[in-house]
Write a protein that binds this ligand. Structure first.
Ligand code: NAD
Length: 472
């Protein structure tokens, strides 16, 4: 397979091109390097019809067969990890090693979910009656993914939905369609036609999909603003929804930490993938006693990390993934400058037309400043001082978001107590960014609606059916 050209959608098991195309830009140069199909309405109809036709036989298959195919899909990702990682770096910007980790992580996800089987609950098993509840699939799933973890976040949907017996039409972000299209080509040799259709296109395609009457459920990952539009669109015919949305995650650092031990971990918990992570630390609350020490250590790491083209040896942090996001991040930086906030910049960035932003720490800005209140989704980290634990928990929770958070302390009991009081779906203690296929991931407040991962996540692609059997 040629990973450098011939990007086609997968509809009914076949490669499909389109009359028009969208440009795919390498964010490290700002230049278009490939074209992806721009799905027409008729092609979307064909994809939905194909998924619908494939649904009945797919759900009728023994689950073990569906699980075996999901496992084979994981094997296919591993077998092509190097090629996919190179392509990933070109379209997404992340350095090749980290890009390969994403492909391998997505494969591990497919392998783990391939071992999950939904439960059957027995409420009564007596001489009078048998009452059992099992879970049945929903039908055809509309899956929409963002650009920051395009492969992983797509596989978070593909694996549980297909094991559960649904079929799917998956749409990658217009900014990062290429790996997903190639994965569609790889998987078309594994799944029966129609089980997994992959379509790419411009800004119209998402709304066409969420408004399409042929879907039974929408599984969406992206921004909170778009998530609200998806929910509105789903209301028309009461499609089920799962929304994984934005976050403005707080980390709280207590005064007893060993600064040399935690600084590196805290830095990458905030800046990995150039901070374009829904669950990155986006507000760093540090006890006054250790504030200066941690700030200086983070500033030193920021100076040392190489920001550049992910295809170049030694690059640690790549560019912002797309121009739209770059403009948003620059706007936040301009606002911080206009308000005379103290900015500590990291090392130099390439000046070549790529979407590079210097790693930036904002030194104790006012709580109400935009850089604290908004999800930056770029390498600008506000560090804020605290003295009182009650006060800092309130400040951490004073957000419309509730995705994840972190607590750093040697006193694990104290840290767990704080974790239990944080209004977020995930809390890490002395670690960061760790997510697992067997553990539910759910945004509280406006960070989401529903659950991904774990058995709870798989059951979001199913609906209970209770069967009452009279005996005797
Ligand atoms: P986005 O909302 O702009 O786009 C996400 C996807 O939705 C893309 O595929 C896009 O084409 C599509 N889309 C856009 N408008 C649509 C519409 N009206 N109807 C249907 N689909 C539409 O988000 P993004 O900029 O790609 O991703 C960044 C955001 O995603 C951040 O806010 C981040 O926190 C969030 N995110 C959340 C999670 C999570 O699991 N909670 C994971 C990753 C990213």
């Amino acid at each position: 397979m040629n990973f450098a050209a011939d990007y086609a959608m997968t509809i009914d098991g076949k490669p499909v091109t389109s009359a028009t195309t969208i440009d795919v830009v390498n964010p490290a140069t700002g230049e278009a390097f490939a074209k992806a199909p721009d799905c027409s309405r008729e092609q979307l109809d064909a994809a939905v019809a194909s998924a619908r036709a494939a649904y009945k036989p797919w759900r009728a298959r023994p689950i073990a067969e569906r699980q075996a195919m999901i496992k084979a899909a994981g094997d296919a990702l591993l077998a092509n990890a190097d090629d996919l990682a190179r392509l990933f770096t070109h379209e997404q910007g992340r350095p090749v090693d980290a890009a390969k980790q994403e492909i391998q992580g997505a494969a591990a996800w497919l392998h783990a979910v391939a071992q999950m089987t939904p439960p059957v609950h027995t409420s009564e098993d007596s001489p009078a009656q048998l009452i059992q509840t099992r879970y049945v699939p929903l039908g055809v799933i509309c899956a929409i993914a963002p650009w920051n973890f395009p492969v992983t976040l797509s596989m978070w949907k593909v694996a549980p939905a297909l094991v559960a017996g649904n079929t799917m039409v998956l749409k990658p972000s217009p900014f990062t369609p290429l790996c997903t299209l190639k994965i569609g080509e790889l998987f078309s040799k594994i799944f029966p036609p129609g089980v997994l259709n992959i379509v790419s296109g411009g800004d119209d395609l998402g709304p066409w999909m969420t408004g399409h009457p042929g879907f039974d459920k929408i599984s969406f990952t992206g921004s909170t603003a778009t998530g609200k539009r998806v929910m509105e669109s789903a209301a028309k015919d009461l499609k089920r929804i799962t929304l994984e949305l934005g976050g403005n995650d707080a980390a709280i650092v207590l005064p007893d930490v060993d600064l040399d031990e935690v600084a590196q971990k805290i830095f990458f918990g905030a800046f990995f993938n150039s901070a374009q992570i829904c669950v990155a630390t986006k507000r760093l609350y540090v006890h006054t006693d250790i504030y200066d020490g941690l700030r200086d250590r983070l500033a030193a790491i920021a100076k040392a990390v190489k920001v550049g083209d992910g295809a170049e040896q030694g690059t640690v942090l790549g560019p912002i993934q797309n121009k739209r996001q770059y403009d948003r991040v620059m706007d936040l930086l301009d606002d911080a400058r206009a308000n005379n906030l103290t900015l500590i910049h990291g090392g130099d960035i390439p000046e070549n037309g790529g979407y590079f932003v210097p790693v930036t720490i904002v030194d104790n800005p006012p709580e109400g400043s935009r850089v604290v209140q908004e999800e930056a989704f770029g390498p600008i980290l506000p560090m804020l001082k605290f003295d009182d634990i009650e006060d800092v928990i309130d400040r951490a929770n004073a957000s419309e978001y509730g995705l994840a958070g972190a607590v750093w302390s040697k006193d694990i009991d104290a840290a767990i107590d704080i974790a239990h009081r944080m209004e977020t779906g995930t809390v890490w203690i002395n670690q960061n960014l760790n997510l697992r296929p067997d553990t539910p991931f759910a945004g509280h407040k406006q960070s989401g609606f529903g659950i991904e991962n774990g058995m709870e996540g798989m059951l979001e692609y199913m609906v209970p059916q209770s069967v009452y059997v009279a005996r005797g």
